[in-house]
Design a protein around this ligand. Structure first.
Ligand code: PEP
Ligand code: MN
Length: 264
């Protein structure tokens, strides 16, 4: 299979506008869960960049469990991310929900995110597979490693070789935190596949207090990078405030990660 280490021995390094993902340096993607106001988005972008992030995250289209929750700013949100990119130079990753938005994402995003809920949306996988735009594929809520890799295979088999795998926690019997971060998935995915492995400690735990320790654990286990939710005012965040860390905390974490092994 195209995703497998057997097929390709060397680890894949994905170049996102000069930012290398899967190489010697850790790829740190950070930003708000959802794009909210323009000034807020731009402000967070400056702060995460100053702390050492190399990619800005932000959801413009949000896959919310409840239809009454904030659904994202849509197209306008992508424009706010573009403005933040213009000011900071950070490439942006944002989630696509619908194949009909592909042109929009090809134009406005540097990395297209496929969320956990769409890991087996095969039409969406095939659509992003038809271009060479980098894709961040998140593991499904209850997906096995095999299913996860087969979803990546869907994208690659259509021609797109720029795929990153993102472990974001799985459903278990535990209710103390939102999901259970599957740390063993990291070395397992690295062994089975040549693709970069990114870990999302925010959705994996749902608790800001757990983001730093799980980030460190993920890097120690061999992750190529992290996807972290950062918000300057988490109490007022329109989405996932309880798992978002403040910029000061993010800065501290970046400093600590420098001591774990791979340079940030
Ligand atoms: C996200 O990263 O914004 C997100 C919705 O995550 P997940 O798909 O992992 O739930
Ligand atoms: Mn979120």
């Amino acid at each position: 299979k195209l995703v497998s280490r057997e097929f390709k021995k060397e680890s894949t390094i994905i170049d996102v506008g000069g930012v290398k993902i899967g190489g010697k340096k850790l790829a740190i993607m950070a930003g708000p869960c959802a794009v909210e106001r323009l000034e807020l988005t731009v402000g967070i972008a400056h702060e995460v960049k100053a702390a050492g992030a190399s990619v800005l995250r932000g959801g413009a289209y949000k896959p919310r469990t409840s239809p009454y929750s904030f659904q994202g700013l849509g197209r306008e949100g992508l424009d706010y991310l573009l403005e933040a990119k213009k000011q900071t130079g950070l490439p942006v990753v944002s989630e696509i929900l619908d194949t009909r938005d592909i042109e929009l994402f090809l134009e406005k995003a540097d990395i297209i995110q496929i969320g956990a809920r769409n890991m087996q949306n095969f039409e969406l996988l095939k659509e992003v597979g038809a271009y060479d735009k980098p894709v961040l594929l998140k593991r499904g809520l209850s997906a096995t490693i095999k299913e996860f890799l087969l979803s990546a295979e869907y994208i690659m088999s259509r021609g797109n070789r720029n795929v990153m795998l993102c472990e974001r926690g799985i459903r278990t019997f535990e209710t103390q935190y939102r999901n259970t971060l599957d740390l063993a998935a990291i070395p397992t995915l690295k062994e089975l596949s040549h693709l970069p492995v990114i870990v999302d400690p925010s959705h994996a735990t749902g608790k800001w207090q757990l983001v730093a320790p799980m980030s460190k654990a993920a890097i120690a286990a061999g992750a190529d990078g992290l996807l972290i939710e950062v918000h300057s005012n988490p109490e007022c965040a329109l989405c996932d405030g309880e798992e978002s860390i403040k910029p000061s905390k993010f800065k501290e974490l970046m400093r600590d990660l420098g001591n774990i092994g791979r340079a940030v």
